[in-house]
Design a protein around this ligand. Sequence first.
Ligand SMILES: [Fe+2]
Length: 210
Amino acid sequence: MQDAPPLIDLYTLPHKAIRAAVAHAAMTVGATDPDGIAEAASAVGEALGELAAHAAHEEEFIDPLLERRLPDAAIEVAEQHRRLGATIDGVLRQRDGALAVAPEQPGAVLGLYRALQRLAAENLLHLDHEETVVMPALWVVTPPHELQELMASFRAAHPDAAALYRRWPAALAATERRLVGVGEASTVPAPERQGPSYPKPRSGAVTSGR
Ligand SMILES: [Fe+2]
């Protein structure tokens, strides 16, 4: 009997990089004194930029598939994306507020740290839902060739998508790095951190404080 083709997983590898980006930003802010807010804000922008770029990819390529194959799951995913988007926007405002008032108000950095960790918690649950609920459901109802075509379309539209893994190489196992063509399998290459970032901080933003 012929072996079944390997299952195409749309989520796990990019999600590893996304988790690393948010965790890196959260740790950076946690390790920041009030006079280092600019650097911390930059790390936050980097993480939010990764989240935004990833969300745009899902919206363009995966959401139509969910609508077609799993319309009920699509509703739940869309709601999670909506909530996550609102949380991300809140963290962006918190970041801009912290930039405006630190170091005179040292607690602003701690507020940003906690807001970012709440975002991390929400994001972790969302990513886990996509990986452990949505993806297995897609495997049941989607012909493998359709997932292969989706990946081919994605790679054609985003030929440098593997740059995500070059920015966060330590997020992947050696075999996964080899799979996506990032560095030597046995070593973790140095990160190339020129990724997407949120645009410059909004002026006059206020700290949402929670
Ligand atoms: Fe998502």
